[in-house]
Design a protein around this ligand. Structure first.
Ligand SMILES: [Zn+2]
Length: 155
């Protein structure tokens, strides 16, 4: 006869074990979601960019990504670099395995705009220099083709 104070595992009724959530399709889906949206995302080392160092980044050693707090180097705001975003950066964009989040989304956008403006200014400067040089060359050519007249005028 079953004693009510017997709590040992062998006392549980055998045979009629219900499927636990982990065994069911729902459980599998929940685990898959946790893999993508949870705090842990598995690392697929075959998709990483080449690591040029002998050392191993923490996430490779660990085998999974975890949400990471960071402080924006420009505005000082704190943010979370999620595990899913880390996987995207390292495995889809093949970002350097030693790079981490440094700027918030807003400052990243501002930085991109700043770089684009600097590039435009550089292109414009090069164009102006080229135009200036072309003018100087034309003037030099003119001097070379009409030396006598110029000499006469200089006297
Ligand atoms: Zn910022």
């Amino acid at each position: 006869m079953h004693k009510p104070d017997d709590t040992s595992p062998t006392a549980a009724p055998a045979g009629r074990r219900h499927k636990t959530e982990a065994d069911s399709a729902l459980g599998r889906r929940a685990r898959r979601c946790a893999e993508i949206f949870g705090r842990r995302v598995a690392v697929d080392t075959s998709r990483l960019a080449r690591n040029h160092s002998c050392a191993m980044p923490g996430f490779v050693e660990r085998g999974y990504y975890v949400d990471q707090d960071f402080t924006c180097k420009d505005c000082g705001v704190t943010g979370v670099w999620t595990a899913a975003r880390q996987r995207w950066w390292y495995e889809v964009m093949h970002g350097d395995p030693w790079t981490t989040a440094r700027r918030c989304a807003r400052c990243r956008r501002l930085e991109r705009e700043r770089i684009a403006a600097a590039r435009r200014a550089q292109v414009e400067g090069e164009r102006r220099n080229a135009a200036h040089k072309a003018k100087a060359d034309r003037w030099q050519a003119l001097k070379n083709t009409a030396p006598t007249r110029r000499r006469k005028r200089l006297r």
